[in-house]
Design a protein around this ligand. Structure first.
Ligand code: TRP
Length: 457
């Protein structure tokens, strides 16, 4: 049960270990695959600004709230929230929020494993001499071939899931923590190397203008919802993974400062990913608004005719795989923690959850092939959305912000202000007062209004 001795609750070994591991949970496909394509699709700079506002005012405060609930509850999310509910003397049940989060972890894992599997497959393709000198048809065929073949997608997704299960099976320090400590620094090194390469080799000026300049900014509920959804998704807020990591954080961690570091790293990786992709895209006159295919079609097209293309491709997809793994383990951690409370071993719990997520993954795998034109909720007016679209957008744009509201209310309204402040810990000054008000009022109001406008609009 424990990492070191007796039955003590497990903990990360140091502040740095906590920060790297939790940054690993945040930094993932959402940064490297998601951010560039969502920003690209929505016109670049204007979207970035919206995203920054959503991050700073809504998602980051909620992220800190989730970490804090973990620190105060020191258990798996359902157990932690049940305890805190008792401590706050609230009559509203809190645990259902945690259970909803656990269901969401399985749904996210189910599609995450498939996309990560494709990254793994592309890394393998590069390693075995792929990309260099290929023509455009071959690159497109790699993507369509992968998606058209459920067996192939399932194979790579299974490999990735197995790696996730393997890491989560170990105890906290030799599993989650070691993965973060090794993969995060490696990821940063690779990303910086690729960024320098792309800025030199590609069209840096066009990339900066696109990413940081204003042009045809679209401002409607859909875009705002997408910015908020992306901000929640990228910080992994709202499913209990962050709460679980928070429960393992040592007593010496100062939460406000740690949050700042983690959010900064997450943002840095998203921006650097943009500065890897867009200089190359513009230099090769390709479409920055290509959407989800940006990484699996557009970018590989470029890898076919740049110097050392296969090597660059390999580094890029290895980086993507590392980013994905340190996140997928955080998606498995909360259910495994809950099952451990029920007496299961970590290995058995991880294998079970991995298998369930893998099987649910067929909804995504088939959405790319046999179910391509099957819109499960068309009768609700959600026409044109595949099972994959529904899962991905339903979780990011709905479940995550909803949990965000719940966390905000738990801390801003129910738990005692002073207990909250001491658990951070933070001095009783302006900064704390602002965060506390933001949680109590701004976060629920902003998300509530957004939901309402999305409903009527
Ligand atoms: N944040 C990760 C990414 O950007 C994905 C992720 C991991 C996640 N755990 C999560 C998203 C929990 C939402 C909720 O890729």
């Amino acid at each position: 049960m424990s990492d070191t001795s007796g039955n003590a609750y497990p903990s990360f070994s140091s502040r740095l270990a906590f920060i790297l591991t939790t940054a690993g949970a945040a930094v993932g496909l959402g940064n490297v695959w998601g951010f560039p394509y969502v920003a690209g699709k929505n016109g670049g700079g204007g979207f970035l600004l919206l995203y920054l506002v959503a991050l700073a005012l809504v998602a980051a405060p909620a992220f800190m709230a989730e970490l804090l609930l973990g620190r105060m509850g020191k258990a798996s999310p359902p157990t932690a929230l049940r305890r805190l509910q008792a401590q706050a003397g609230s009559r509203v049940p809190w645990a259902p929020v945690a259970w909803m989060g656990l269901v969401a972890t399985i749904l996210i894992l189910s599609f995450y494993d498939v996309i990560a599997g494709q990254a793994l497959f592309y890394g393998w393709t590069a390693l075995t001499g792929g990309f260099a000198g290929w023509d455009a048809g071959a690159v497109t065929a790699l993507d369509t071939g992968f998606k058209a073949s459920p067996a192939m997608a399932a194979f790579w997704s299974a490999l990735f899931t197995a790696a996730t299960i393997g890491i989560v099976s170990f105890d906290i320090r030799s599993g989650l923590e070691r993965a973060g400590k090794i993969m995060m620094p490696a990821l940063f090194l690779m990303l910086i190397g690729l960024m320098v390469f792309a800025l030199v080799e590609g069209d840096a000026a066009a990339a900066f203008a696109f990413l940081f300049g204003f042009h045809d900014m679209r401002l409607d509920t859909g875009v705002v919802l997408e910015a908020v959804g992306q901000a929640f998704f990228t910080l992994s807020v709202g499913v209990g993974g962050i709460m679980t990591y928070g429960s393992y954080m040592g007593a010496d961690v100062r939460l406000p400062r740690a949050t700042l570091w983690i959010v900064a790293m997450d943002l840095a990786v998203a921006l650097m990913a943009g500065l890897v992709i867009f200089p190359l895209v513009f230099a090769h006159n390709l479409d920055a608004a290509a959407g989800p295919g940006l990484i699996f079609i557009t970018l590989p097209l470029i890898f076919t005719n740049i110097p050392a293309g296969a090597f660059v491709a390999f580094v890029f997809f290895l980086l993507l795989t590392f980013a994905a793994i340190t996140s997928s383990i955080s998606l498995m951690a909360p259910t495994v923690a809950r099952l451990q409370e029920a007496g299961w071993s970590r290995a058995r719990a991880a294998a079970t959850m991995g298998l369930i997520a893998f099987l649910c993954g067929f909804a995504t795998i088939w959405s790319f092939s046999d179910w391509q034109d099957f819109y499960p909720l068309a009768f609700l007016g959600l026409d044109g959305m595949t099972a994959f679209d529904l899962i991905r957008e339903g979780v990011s744009n709905f479940v995550l912000p909803l949990s965000g509201i719940a966390y905000a209310l738990m801390i801003g309204w129910w738990l005692k202000r002073d207990d909250v402040r001491k658990a951070l810990p933070a001095p009783d000054g302006a900064l704390f007062a602002i965060w506390y008000r933001v949680l109590g009022f701004l976060v629920p109001l902003a998300i509530g209004i957004l939901f309402l406008t999305a409903l009527v609009g």
